[in-house]
Structures are given as C-alpha cells and as structure tokens.
Design a protein around this ligand. Structure first.
Ligand SMILES: Cc1ncc(C[n+]2csc(CCOP(=O)(O)OP(=O)(O)O)c2C)c(N)n1
Length: 949
C-alpha cells in the first residue's frame, strides 16, 4: 500500500508551502487563516513552546527572517514560496511530520500494544503508526529531527523515535488518554510515562514482594482446588497480577494521604482479595468452605454465598494505616458500583475530607459486565457532579477476555470493554496481566492521577481465565482453541519467577522457599479451620455503635418537637436574605406559609416535610435528599432552593436555621434511577445518623432501580447484616395522568415485605409524614422506608396539619379510625378500609350523600402490618361488612397483600365480618388508563360501589 502521505498535502510543493505557513503561524498565529490556525494547533501540544525553542540559540541563528517576524501583517498567503532555504524547509517539514507521528502514537499506539498474554489477538501493524504514512522512508530514518523535547529528545532520528514510542505506547502497556480535553491532564500523563518509557524500575525488594503476592494469589487457589475440588470459587487464576496491583494502590494511596479505601468488586477473585489483600483469616474462609456460616450461630439472617460477602480490616504500609472495607454485593454485576461510591461520599463527610484525599473508592469489574451493564455508565456519570462526586474512583477491569461463555466479539461493539469510561474522559491504562511489573506500574499511575486530578482512572488488565466460568464448568465446549492455548500457558507466577531468575534477583531455591513457606501457612490454617468459630458478627461497629436490632413494640421513636423549635424552623423557611430577588410567586407563597405557621394550622405537605427536615437539622442530624428536580420538587411544591431572579444565586433556607445546625444537602440528580438510588443507599449504609432520601420523579420510575430495591434495600440486612435507613419517596395516586404517572407500584414493594425488612407507608396527612420522616432517625435501629407520596394531595386542605399535630405528645399513627360523627357503631353497616388518596374521594362522597352508616378506616402503614391498631378500630363495628377499597387495579395496589392479613385480623375479633370484600378497578395490564374521561368514570364507579346501599 502506498504511504498515505502521498495522498495528503504533506508532500511535494504543498510541503514547502505548509512549512512556510507554519513558520508564519509560529511567529504569530493570527497571521494565518483560522482554519490553518486550528490545524497547526492540533499538530503539537505546545506550539508556543515550539516557537520559543526556535527563537533560542542554535535554531534561532538559522531562523529565516520570516519566522522571527512577529509583526507580519496578516498576509495574503502566497501560492508558492521559495523564500526559505531548502534545509530550513526540510527541517520544518520534518518537525511537523515527526510531531504528527509522535501524536499518532499517543493516540493510537495502544492498538498494537502487546496486551494479550495469550497472544491470540495481536495486531502488529496500523497505518497510523507507520513512519511511511508521515512521509518518512527508510532513507530518512537516521536524519536528526527537531522534536521539541518530546519524549525527552530535543532532536531525534525516526529510528530513535520508533524505539521510544514503541516502548512507551506499544509495549505491555497501552494508554488511552488523548481523548481527555484538559491539557494539563494529558501533559501530566505524558510526563509520567514518556521519559521513563512507561515503566517503573522496581527495587530488588519490590520485585520480591511482587513475587510473594503472586505466590499467595496462585497457591491459595490451588490449595482450595485441592481441598474443595468442584466447589465454586470463581478463582483468580489467570488474573493473579491483580493482587500485587491492589497492594500497590494501597501503598501508594497511603503515601498520598489515603486513610480509607472503600472497595466494590464482583465474584472473580473475590476470595483471594478477601484474604490476601484484606487479611480475612484463611481459617475463616476454609471454615466457610466446610459449609459453616460466616457469622456466629445466634445471628439471624439468611446469609449469602461466600463470594458475595464483605469485610473490613486495617492494613499498614510504611507507617500509614489504611482502613479497607469491601462492600457486600449481590450477583447482579455492577450493581454495587453506586453503592460503594455512596459509602465513599458519606465517609468523606464524616471525616470532613474536603479534598477527598482520605477516602478513596476502588471498583473492580469483569470485562463483559463493564461493557454490558448500563449502570456502569450511570455511575460514571455521577463522578463529576457536585452532589455525588467522590474525588475520582480507581477502576480495575479484570479483562479475562470472556464473559461466562461469551467471547468479546459477541459481548461488545468496541475494541475494549473500557470504552464507556471515555465519556467522562478518564485515562485508560490497558496492561498485559502476565507482566506484573507493568500492572503494578499502571496501578500506581492510576492512583497518582486520581490523587492529582480527583478524577476516575481505569486500569484494563488483559488476562485470561484458566478454568471455566466457575471451576465445574467445561470451557472447551465453547472456546476450544482459546482453552488449548491456556492449558499450555505457564502461570503469571511461573513467568515472573523465570524473569527474576534470569535477572539474577532470585534463585530457584529462594523461590521454592517462598512457595513452601506459604503452603505451610495454608496447611496450618486448614487445621485451625476445623475448630474455627466466628466469635462475633461483623456489624453494628464504627458509626453503627449504639444501634440495635429492631424491637417488636410500636416503635414510635420520639418524633414530637417543641412548638418553639417548630416556629424557629418555620421562621427560617420563610426568611429571605436582604437584597435577595425572590421570584414573585414564591414570595406570595412564602407569605401564605408564614401565616400558616403563625396561626399554627393549614400547614401543607411540603411545609411539614421542611419542618421535619429542619427540626432534625437543628437537633444535629444531617439530611440529604436527592432525586430528579428535587430542589424545586416535581410538582413545584418544595422550593427547597431559592434562585435570585437577577443573579441565579442559590439560597437554601434550611441551611440557615441556626448556628451549629447540621447540613442539609438537596440535590437535583442526573436522569438516572438505579445509580442515584444505589448511591443514596450506600450513603445510608455508612451514615446511620443522617436522614438520607431518594425521590422518584413519579413513583413508577423507581422500577429503573429495581435491582437496587430487590438486592440491597429489601434483602441487605438479611443477607449481610447491613441496616439502612434510606427513604424512598414515590409519588403515587390515580389522577388521570396516564399509565406511568399514576402508580408508585405499591404492590411490588409489598411483595418484597418479609422478615421485618422494610417499611411501606401510604400517607394521608402532612403530620403523619412529618412524624414518619423523623421516626426514621429517632429510633435506635434502621429500616428502609418506602413512602407513596401524594400529588394532588400536596395542596389539599384536609391533608394539612396543625402545628400542634407535630408538637408535644404527638407521634406517627399507623392506622386512622373514623373521624366523622356517624350512627352508633353497632348500626354501621359497612366499614371501608383503604390507604392513601382514595380516602378523600370516599370521605367527600359520603359527606355529600349524607351517609352515616359507612365508616372509613385508613391504613397509613401497610408494612409492618399494623394488626394491633387495626384490630382495635375494627372491633368497634360488630355488625358491619368490611370492604377493602383501592383505586389501583385488582392485581395491583395493596389488595393481594392485605387480603389474607385482614382475614387473619378480622377473624380473630368478636365481630360478624371474617374477611374483606374487594372494591376497586378490575385487573389490568397497564397501571392506569391514558384517557382522562375514562379515568373519571372508573374513579366515580369505584366510589359509588363502595358507598352503595
Ligand atoms: C446483571 C447480571 N447479569 C447476568 C449475570 C450472570 N453472570 C454471572 S458472571 C457472568 C459473566 C461475567 O463476565 P465478566 O464480567 O467478563 O466477568 P468474569 O466472570 O469473566 O470474571 C454472567 C453473565 C449476573 N451475575 N449479573
């Protein structure tokens, strides 16, 4: 193929012309046409520096007048130029081409890097990396060319450049960083890799340590394989270099001020990380392999498989102690990512780690999962956002070039699993996992980059999976050739052992001694495992000290607040700083709000919420609420942030209650559900003393976060003994807004209820909302809380509270009995049981129709099922039939959940009714109709039926 340059303008006549033009550009960029300015700016990173260099001694002497003339008037560009001496033309042209050539390696060198340890997919040629493409023939290879100190050369020949560029960009490390828009970050990476030719010179001690880590990684798996043959462990084999890399992140991180490393990782290599990196006793692991629980026998919970468990420990390097915590996770790959980052953020706040140097997040990934799961992109998206940033995450992709049985060609469209990380302009270091020094080297650079720029960095470690997906799988069914290669391939440790022996740094005897010593240690631990008993469960420690498991009483907590404090908070809510240009409509609303607080009545839903938040803040508990458009509120109800109408300056009234109050964070989230909810859940794991809430735009959208709800929120305490007090606010209610804006999918949450895992509420009063929020942080245990929140009820007068309803001697009510004066209880012919907004439809119709023998009971909390208060109310109506009324279709809402529970409650009472009858919409596929007229008819019909004679 002819060199591409012949088809470009960098040849013949043009070349001379362009050299001339470049000379002018260097003297004064404005003197050339803007399109040429753009082109030349692209050529080199530092055209100005280049100019300076040219003006210096040596080059300056040879400089033609034109190059030095910074005062040239913007010229008409000559068609041909013969003004420059031929050698200067050639020199300028060589420089331009050489710099382009260098740039091309920076951009695409990774494409021919030696990344695959198996050598199955090795590209050795790419036209963008061929000197011929830039006009250099073999005859030009030895001519010195001015390259402006790039790669440490002032001048270099193409031959020298090739050696340097290949070593830096195409060896065992391939770097992708030229997509980063910040010059300083690109230059930092260049400086870090180009002059040292992208390698670290390890000391003898350092190399020996790497070897020891490889021994531990490989021999642990071998030991497990021998002792527990056929047991799933998702071994690290093929990716052993991960262990020394992680150790490097700890060590270098510690030197840079890291005090805590919060880790999220999948199954692959987890047992190795737990023990060899985190210091979990081998005996504990062996005991689990023998089928014993990870926790003492008296600890409740379902437990989980060993490759999902978390742990925490302290490790010390060079006098720096780093606390490590590995987040427990479910099978759902990548779901742990936002959870881990939420923990990081909470811990940073607890430590007042403003520079975000002390607490660092580390996420490990499989290649198929990183490329395939949308949650990866959602989580990356959080990285630079004020409300979620954690100062950069270090990512390590264990790229074993297979996902279960699926090859990369089927698993992703791009060349690398890591491409999605480019969306946040993270640098990506691809590295050959069979070169542990290279892996440690890039782990170190990633750690330093994160520290320096507070941005994510990605290590993509190419490796292989020695066995099947798990140890019982036969990989040759689907990848016979790959597995034939793997079978003949020495382990990373064996390769490195030989390398150290060849370098004269290790003798075979030394190596054997290291190996024998470790095996002996494992044997000892294996014996110890036989009598190993976990002596305490790893929970309720650190920030969780003082908390207990939930009690079985009413669990009201102390949620009432002195009126003086309520008024104080109310004052802060309605105060605007001097000179602040408040929106006129909001100003009017504030006047009305002030009046309700002064009068002590008519306090609407949003104000009750603000009073709950504000009183908690004044009492010293932080509050953090994030969700889509939560600052204003989807329904323009919250206005937790005021915007100056002239300057757009923000003012958050809840942060101006009193000196010394706790912080209120109110965050408009990105348009993600899973990552944001996962993040808030993670935050709540690390910070039990704050009220942490996530709000869905409309309740239905929570289904985008179903994995987080199922796998963490509903089951985290049972699986991993990890409590959370996270609150989900889900707008819910049938108001004719169509299928996706009506239902918070109450039925889904109720179906998840079991073993006292979560709390589900559907509230009808602002006061109850106030109490349920405060209750969340005013008890000594934590349970997630799901609240179906209102839309039209936000402004309904009957929902509004009196200040006294939040004052002394008040609390949350799980059930509300009848409020109106009706016929005597024995005369009541029907009791309507309901929850949420439909209550008001029933109440209004009953009042309108002057019916006095139908009572209405409201269930404010559906789970834990309030059997006791419900029975107390129901027992009054001895002769009545009981009807469950809901506005949701029969296959949705609370009906299936309450039916049998009501039966149990009613049949235990001395009353006629034993079960409840159903009134509501018939079963349906979609949650609601999209036609307003049909909605109105349906709603009227169910009310009529409920109140029918
Ligand atoms: C969200 C999700 N989908 C599917 C699975 C089932 N599964 C478990 S491991 C795996 C392959 C993962 O491949 P990769 O991410 O490359 O990691 P590796 O096992 O190769 O280390 C699959 C499909 C899962 N655990 N989670």
């Amino acid at each position: 193929m002819p060199p591409l340059v012949n088809q470009t303008f960098l040849n013949g006549q043009n070349a001379a012309f362009i050299a001339e033009l470049y000379g002018r550009y260097l003297a004064d960029p404005q003197s050339v046409d803007p399109s040429w300015q753009g082109f030349f700016a692209e050529l080199g990173e530092e055209p100005r520096a280049f100019l300076k260099e040219m003006e210096g001694p040596g080059w300056g002497e040879k400089r033609p007048a034109m190059l030095g003339n910074g005062h040239l008037a913007a010229p008409a560009i000559p068609a041909t130029v013969a003004a420059l001496p031929a050698d200067v033309h050639q020199a300028a042209l060589d420089s331009i081409r050489a710099m382009n050539f260098i740039r091309s390696y920076r951009v695409r060198g990774h494409l021919i890097a030696e990344l695959d340890p198996l050598g199955l997919d090795r590209r050795t040629y790419h036209p963008d990396l061929d000197p011929a493409t830039f006009g250099f023939t073999e005859a030009d290879y030895d001519r010195p060319i001015f390259v402006n100190n790039l790669l440490g050369f002032e001048t270099a020949t193409i031959r020298e450049l090739l050696v340097a560029l290949r070593a830096t960009y195409c060896g065992h490390v391939g770097v992708e960083y030229m997509h980063i828009q910040e010059l300083e970050q690109r230059q930092w990476i260049q400086a870090r890799i180009e002059v040292p030719r992208n390698q670290t010179e390890f000391t003898e001690r350092g190399k020996r340590t790497i070897y020891e880590r490889l021994v531990e990684a490989e021999f642990l798996e071998r030991f497990l394989d021998k002792r527990y043959t056929g047991t799933k462990r998702f071994g690290i084999e093929g990716a052993e270099a991960l262990i020394p890399a992680l150790e490097q992140i700890l060590k270098r991180g510690g030197q840079l001020g890291m005090k805590e490393l919060v880790i999220g990782m999948p199954h692959r290599g987890r047992l190795n990380v737990l023990t060899n990196m985190m210091g979990k006793p081998y005996a504990a692991l062996f005991s689990e392999f023998q089928g014993n629980s990870a926790n003492p026998e008296d600890v409740q919970g379902s437990g989980d498989v060993k490759y999902h468990l978390g742990t925490s420990s302290d490790r010390e390097f060079d006098g720096n102690v780093v606390h490590l915590s590995l987040t427990a996770n479910p099978s759902h790959l990548e779901a742990v990512n936002p959870v881990t980052l939420g923990k990081v953020r909470a811990k940073q706040r607890q430590r007042t780690d403003q520079s975000r140097d002390e607490v660092v997040g580390l996420l490990m990934h499989g290649d198929a999962a990183f490329a395939g799961q949308g949650l990866v992109a959602e989580t990356l998206e959080l990285s630079e956002l004020k409300g979620y940033r954690t100062g950069g995450t270090i990512h390590v992709i264990v790229n074993n070039q297979i996902g279960f049985t699926t090859s990369p060609a089927q698993a992703r469209s791009g060349p690398y699993p890591s491409d999605v990380a480019k969306t946040i302009q993270a640098p990506i270091f691809h590295v050959n996992g069979d070169d542990p020094e290279a892996v440690v080297h890039v782990a170190r650079i990633a750690t330093e980059f994160r520290h320096r720029f507070k941005k994510d960095a990605v290590v993509d470690m190419f490796c292989y999976r020695r066995h099947g997906h798990n140890e019982t799988d036969e990989p040759a069914f689907t990848q016979p050739l790959m597995y034939r290669t793997i079978a003949a391939h020495p382990t990373t440790r064996e390769i490195y052992r030989q390398r150290l022996i060849d370098e004269g740094l290790l003798s075979a005897t030394d190596a054997e001694a290291i190996e024998r010593a470790f095996l002996a240690r494992l044997e000892g631990e294996f014996e110890a495992a036989k009598s190993y008993r976990p002596n305490k469960a790893d929970w309720l420690e650190g920030e969780w000290k003082g908390f207990t498991t939930a009690s079985s009483d009413d669990r009201r907590g102390t949620t009432a607040v002195d009126l003086a404090l309520l008024k104080d908070v109310g004052g802060a809510l309605t105060r605007v700083p001097q000179g602040f240009n408040l929106n006129r409509k909001i100003a009017r609303q504030l006047d009305a709000k002030r009046e309700t607080i002064d009068k002590g009545e008519g306090i609407d839903w949003a104000t009750a919420e603000a009073l709950a938040f504000g009183t908690l803040l004044a009492e010293g508990s932080c509050v953090r609420l994030s969700g889509q458009d939560s600052g204003r509120g989807t329904f323009s109800q919250r206005h937790a942030v005021f915007f100056d109408q002239e300057t757009e300056e923000r003012y958050v009234p809840l942060n101006h209650i009193r000196d010394g109050q706790a912080q209120f964070e109110i965050i408009d989230s990105p348009l993600s559900e899973a990552a944001v909810l996962g993040f808030e859940y993670g935050y709540s794991l690390a910070d039990p003393r704050s009220l942490v809430l996530w709000e869905a735009q409309f309740g239905d959208f929570a289904n985008g976060a179903q994995v987080i709800i199922d796998q963490f929120i509903a089951s985290g305490e049972a699986k991993w003994l990890r409590m959370s007090g996270v609150v989900l606010l889900l707008p819910h209610g049938y108001e004719g807004q169509g299928p996706e804006h009506s239902s918070g999918r109450l039925e889904r949450f109720l179906q998840l209820c079991g073993e006292d895992n979560i709390q589900v509420c559907n509230l009808t009063t602002a006061a109850n909302y106030f109490h349920v929020l405060r209750r969340q942080v005013r008890r000594n245990f934590r349970k997630p809380l799901i609240v179906m929140t209102p839309k039209s009820l936000l402004r309904k007068p009957e929902v509004a509270a009196k200040l006294a309803d939040m004052g002394p001697r008040t609390s949350f009510h799980r059930v509300f009995g009848e409020t109106d004066k009706l016929a005597a209880d024995a005369q009541v012919r029907r009791v309507l049981l309901c929850s949420g907004k439909v209550y008001f439809d029933l109440l209004h119709a009953r009042r309108e129709r002057k019916i006095d023998d139908v009572a209405i009971l409201r269930m404010e909390q559906l789970y834990p099922f309030p059997a006791k208060p419900l029975a107390e109310e129901a027992a009054r109506y001895r002769n009545a039939e009981f009807v469950w009324v809901q506005e949701e279709p029969e296959n949705m809402g609370a009906w299936s959940f309450v039916d049998r529970r009501l039966e149990k409650t009613l049949s235990s009472l001395d009353i006629k009714a034993k079960r409840a009858r159903y009134v509501g919409r018939p079963e349906a596929a979609a949650t609601a109709t999209g036609l307003l007229k049909r909605h109105t008819t349906e709603q009227a019909r169910l009310v009529d039926e409920a109140l029918a004679p």
